[in-house]
Design a protein around this ligand. Structure first.
Ligand SMILES: Nc1ncnc2c1ncn2[C@@H]1O[C@H](COP(=O)(O)OP(=O)(O)O)[C@@H](O)[C@H]1O
Ligand SMILES: CC(=O)OP(=O)(O)O
Ligand SMILES: [Mg+2]
Length: 401
């Protein structure tokens, strides 16, 4: 069975085509700048072709059409016809409290995703465009949705409630949801398999450090607490997001700088984090480069970023009364040895015996970066959200047949 996995953003659409008999990626790519003057489609076929096409793609339906054209292209394609796509799986950032697991799409599911627009105004409307674009192009193909929030639905009330009047939760579902759940779920299972130990026995702290970043305390295989909240703004310092801050700063900024609420929201989501503190970039590679050539603002940004991760690890070790495994994943977590080192340096009190040489080794496989015998295992685990989406979609579609 061939499954197309789609991660639709407001102006972008990433895709991967899986052959589920071997779980191999036949092709992948992304369409960027949808709705702008020159949209860019990048299409990759393992070891065969690399295509970059610039044209005008005004909306998601056309973007999906272009992707399908690419997948069946005479030279760059991997399919005879679009009839060879048997199912489509979508990443949905916000599933609220309605979705505790992945589901096949029907009218009720679409309505519920719409009802959640308020809780994820940047993400869910874009996902809906992706779903509708697939419906328009592949009307008979079953579609599944996989939620970032689903894995965290096991959190206890002590983790998910905010200490504010209950009416906000009752009336408006204001609570902590958590995100990157597909990734935290996948990497925690990979870690247990790597160590050859049952997941149900382990206390894991999973650090998904990418553009968006979150830490999750995974107690015996279930999410117990996580650093993102009602939206993906809470918690760690990120590329362009502030993470935790005193909420009193919001009215203060509105009064003192004459900003609107929307402007403050945009400041905290798009102009804060590494970007704001370094004054250079939201990209960790550029921040590290500047730091290494002596830039003090870049150093401060890096130090704050690492410190916040270490604080969350410490608090989650306390939350679970111990920790067996700390793991790093996603763009920064998988690739930045210097960041991992800085975070782990302050964790010797946990009995963590860091191995600098192992930390420096580059590999696309799961690996340990602590010495044998360390009381806490620190692992680097490559994430693969798309594969998990493809697997869930496959399971749901097969189950229905
Ligand atoms: N070698 C590297 N060293 C440090 N950071 C890196 C490296 N490679 C990638 N990154 C970081 O990874 C981030 C992207 O992570 P990723 O998980 O792909 O993010 P997202 O899926 O949220 O867009 C980039 O912003 C970049 O800072
Ligand atoms: C939820 C979230 O922050 O997603 P991303 O890391 O893709 O921005
Ligand atoms: Mg991501």
């Amino acid at each position: 069975m061939n499954i197309l996995v789609i991660n639709a953003g407001s102006s972008s659409l990433k895709y991967q085509l899986y052959d589920m008999t071997t779980e191999s990626v036949l092709a992948k790519g992304r369409v960027e700048r949808i709705g702008m003057e020159s949209s860019i489609l990048t299409h990759e076929v393992e070891g065969r072709a690399d295509v970059r096409e610039v044209s005008e793609i005004l909306e998601h339906t056309t973007a999906v059409r272009k992707v399908l054209d690419m997948l069946t292209h005479r030279s760059f394609g991997v399919l005879e016809s679009i009839g060879d796509i048997q199912a489509v799986g979508h990443r949905i950032v916000h599933g609220g409290e309605s979705f505790k697991e992945s589901v096949l799409i029907d009218a009720d599911v679409k309505l519920e995703i719409r009802n959640l627009f308020d809780l994820a105004p940047l993400h869910n409307p874009a996902h809906m465009m992706g779903i509708q674009a697939v419906e328009a192009n592949l009307p008979d193909v079953p579609q599944a949705v996989v939620f970032d929030t689903a894995f965290h639905q096991t959190m206890p009330a002590t983790s998910y409630l905010y200490a504010i009047p209950k009416v906000f939760y009752r009336k408006h579902k204001v609570r902590r949801y958590g995100f990157h759940g597909t990734s935290h779920d996948y990497v925690s299972k990979q870690a247990a398999a790597f160590l050859g130990r049952p997941l149900e026995e382990l206390k894991i702290i999973s650090c998904h450090i990418g553009n968006g970043a979150s830490c999750t305390a995974i107690l015996h295989g279930k999410s117990y607490d996580t650093s993102m909240g009602m939206t993906p703004l809470e918690g760690l310092m990120m590329g362009s997001r502030s993470g935790d801050l005193d909420p009193a700063i919001v009215p203060f900024a509105i009064n003192k700088e004459d900003l609107t609420l929307n402007e403050v929201n945009s400041m905290l989501n798009k102009h804060s984090g590494l970007m704001a503190v370094s004054g250079i970039s939201s990209d960790m590679r550029e921040v590290v480069e500047a730091m290494e050539s002596g830039d003090e603002n870049a150093r401060l940004a890096f130090e704050m970023y690492a410190y916040r991760i270490r604080k969350y690890i410490g608090s989650y070790a306390a939350a679970m009364n111990g920790v067996d495994v700390i793991l790093f994943t996603a763009g920064v977590g998988e690739n930045s040895a210097v960041l991992r080192k800085r975070v782990c340096e302050g964790l010797t009190f946990l009995g963590l015996d860091f191995d600098e040489e192992r930390n420096e080794l580059r590999s696309s496989e799961t690996r340990s970066i602590t010495r044998d015998g360390s009381a806490v295992n620190v692992l680097v685990v490559p994430t693969n959200e798309e594969l998990l989406i493809a697997r869930d979609t496959y399971r749901l579609v097969i189950g229905k047949e």
